[in-house]
Design a binder for this molecule. Structure first.
Ligand code: NAP
Length: 309
């Protein structure tokens, strides 16, 4: 016999926790399923400076602890280590299968976020955890006073390169173009850092080392010339992929795999909403995830109560 709810929220990041909070306040019997522990991507962010209300900034961990406590204060059950394996819908009822059972509900909000994309170059899979990392906040301290490379030119790459610069001896930022995609304020800080060196128009082609990372091989995108960069660590930030494998054909996706929603964050399946980074959108930040969580929850509440406009 499966557990029955009115709504199930999948994912415990800022979007999911906000959706859960709104649903509970709306009197909708809800459960939130989280693959590991609540908090989502911001748990890996040292300091968040662009979430309003915290003029001095706040650590990603503390902000997410507050989000979790806030949702729980309104009675939201947060089920940890509940990995969703599949979502199906039959006769207006969703069945969500998790690692230890199944739950049913009239509506589901998918807020399952993203995971880092791998570069797919030789040595990457072999040396993950042995010098290759996708989280400087988690692993940076292992590289104290050593030289490391950061791959990518987006917000994640530059934010994490700045946090690494407080720990390591030198940070090489390897970027395939000659201009960064990251926010201007991050770029300005990075250009001011004496520990950072920018290697423009270079793409990584191999990571080498017998037991640990010893060097990164990079190629000049204009001349094709290859060179060895002796580094102990390689931090990869070349984008993210949406976690939607468990949804099958219930949603439409854009070519990059992000879920397509309408203005009210409804997907192609009635009663199924998407919120946060997992959704096709132009800006992925805590502030936009919060807005998504609220909008999806109100949309689902109206769907359940039959008061949609
Ligand atoms: P992103 O914005 O997609 O940037 C990925 C970077 O990797 C780009 O510079 C891209 O180069 C480069 N790249 C892509 N494929 C590559 C490859 N195969 N080899 C080498 N380089 C490659 O990803 P992100 O930085 O992880 O950010 C994801 C989202 O989260 C964004 O919307 C971002 O704004 C948001 N975010 C926000 C904050 C914040 O507000 N503080 C912090 C982190 C992330 P090109 O530039 O040439 O395409």
């Amino acid at each position: 016999m499966s557990e029955q709810y009115e709504a199930i929220v999948i994912g415990g990041g800022p979007a999911g926790l906000t959706a859960g909070l709104y649903l509970m306040r709306g009197g909708i019997r809800t459960v939130l399923l989280e693959r590991v522990l609540p908090g989502g991507t911001p748990l890996n962010t040292g300091r968040i400076e662009n979430y309003p209300g915290f003029p001095e900034g706040i650590s990603g961990r503390e902000l997410m602890e507050r989000f979790t406590a806030h949702a729980k204060a309104f009675g939201l059950p947060v089920r940890e280590f509940a990995e969703v394996l599949s979502v199906t819908r039959q006769e207006g009822l969703f069945t969500v299968t998790v690692n230890d059972g199944a739950l049913t509900a009239r509506g589901v909000i998918v807020a399952s976020g993203t995971e880092p994309v791998r570069m797919g170059i030789p040595g990457e899979n072999e040396l993950v955890g042995r010098g290759i990392s996708y989280c400087a906040t988690c692993d940076g301290m292992f590289f104290r006073d050593l030289d490391v490379a950061v791959i990518g030119g987006g917000d994640s790459a530059i934010e994490e390169a700045l946090s690494l610069a407080n720990i390591v001896r030198k940070v090489y930022v390897v970027h395939r173009r000659d201009a960064l995609r990251a926010q201007k304020i991050l770029q300005e800080r990075a250009f001011r850092s004496p520990k950072m060196e920018f290697l423009w128009n270079r793409r990584p082609v191999e990571i080498a080392g017998s037991q640990q990372v010893e060097r990164l091989v990079i190629e000049d995108t204009k001349t094709g010339r290859r060179e060895d960069l002796p580094v102990s660590g390689v931090f990869v930030y070349v984008g993210s992929r949406a976690n939607t494998g468990f949804l099958g054909d219930l949603v439409e996706r854009d070519p990059a795999g992000f879920i397509i929603t309408d203005e009210g964050l409804a997907t192609a399946t009635p009663g199924l909403y998407a919120a946060g980074d997992v959704r096709k959108k132009t800006l992925r930040q805590v502030s936009t995830a919060v807005g998504d969580g609220a909008a999806a929850a109100v949309g689902l509440e109206r769907y359940i109560l039959g008061t949609q406009q």
